[in-house]
Ligand binder design. Structure first.
Ligand code: AHG
Ligand code: MN
Ligand code: MN
Ligand code: MN
Length: 331
């Protein structure tokens, strides 16, 4: 037992990415570099998150973001960290971010578009509860070297070439997919490296966890109420951190369903399609689960605006299918 505990070191993220790349005939190495850039920026954000209580980065700014939310200092800081790392890296031509109204042009010679929620669950930062980063990667549609256009930044989720998230939790983890399964890495602070800890993640087909903000139940439509009642009849466990990444990660590993429904007050729910729903939908499908807005597969929704919202039902296959039986989108 002791020797197992004493031997934490296996495959580093860098090594893993490199091995994968060798397996793909057409891989150019740029996507790999991009993933490494994101991982590096996440280490910087991790450092800032982990000392948030000690330095003056907790709290709110005057400014509002794309969704009309009051920005937290860490929202802005994390956004800057990722934007800089990607600009320096050179592989990305544009960045779509929750914290920027429009997309940011990075490097015209870059082949990739990144969509990002730099700090997810930012209302939890002031109380030392887990937060995250969510990202999605697309290949640009327009010619390399030309100006980025709408068709580059508004692509369907099915066009994603990679997606992932970082969970700044009890330990920090990076989980991602390039469309060949899902792998999870845990950050070893003292070595400054991510190590493969959760190879080939599969979400259980069933689960006993449901995650929804039930405080809003007065605003739910009847099918959502019916589904939540069904969960209670099964004596499922209610678990809701309020950081999407943390709620999602738990359900991915343990099995369960996460719901942010349309409500009478929020016709399209709260979560953003491009940098919250799509990346998590891609990961879920790659892990054997399912993601829908109640009617339609999340990844097939045609985006018309960078910050558009979508209801989200995501998680274990059977639980999400059951939710669709109830025809949740019907109002
Ligand atoms: P963000 O911090 O990036 O704005 O995202 C907040 C989201 C998500 O993390 C979470 O699941 C959801 O808001 C919680 O919303 P409610 O407080 O309405 O439940
Ligand atoms: Mn926000
Ligand atoms: Mn978010
Ligand atoms: Mn955010």
């Amino acid at each position: 037992e002791e020797s197992r505990i004493a031997t934490p070191i296996g495959t580093t993220l860098d090594r893993f990415i490199k091995n994968k790349q060798e397996n793909f005939k057409y891989a150019t190495g740029e996507l790999s570099q991009l993933l490494r850039d994101i991982a590096l920026a996440s280490k910087v954000v991790n450092r800032e998150v982990s000392k948030a209580g000690l330095v003056d980065i907790i709290g709110t700014l005057e400014a509002q973001n794309s969704g009309g939310e009051q920005q937290k200092k860490l929202d802005v800081l994390a956004n800057i960290r990722f934007s800089r790392a990607l600009k320096k890296g050179g592989e990305a031509c544009a960045l779509v971010s929750e914290e920027n109204d429009s997309y940011e042009e990075l490097n015209r010679d870059g082949k990739y578009i990144i969509a990002i929620d730099p700090l997810d669950g930012s209302s939890n930062i002031d109380v030392n509860v887990s937060v995250g980063t969510i990202f999605s990667i697309y290949r640009r549609k327009t010619e390399v070297g030309s100006a980025v256009q709408e068709i580059d930044v508004l692509q369907k989720g099915t066009e994603q070439v990679a997606a992932g998230y970082v969970l700044y939790g009890a330990s920090t983890m990076l989980v991602y997919t390039t469309g060949h399964g899902v792998n999870g890495f845990t950050y070893e602070q003292s070595l400054g490296e991510y190590f493969l800890s959760n190879p080939d993640i599969r979400i259980p087909e069933d689960g006993t966890i449901y995650s929804i903000n039930e405080g809003l139940s007065k605003e739910f439509f009847p099918p959502v109420t019916a589904y939540v009642d069904w969960c209670k009849e099964q004596s499922f466990n209610a678990r809701y951190v309020g950081s999407l990444v943390a709620d999602f990660h738990r359900n991915l590993l343990k099995g369960g369903i996460y719901i942010y429904p349309a409500t009478t007050k929020k016709a399209d729910g709260k979560l953003r399609l491009v940098y919250e729903c799509n990346p998590l939908a891609f990961i879920t499908e790659q892990a054997g689960g399912k993601a829908t807005d109640g009617n339609k597969r999340i990844m097939e929704i045609e985006p018309v605006a960078l910050h558009q919202r979508s209801p989200l039902f995501v998680g274990s296959l059977n639980l999400v299918e059951k939710a669709m039986d109830e025809r949740l989108a019907q109002k």
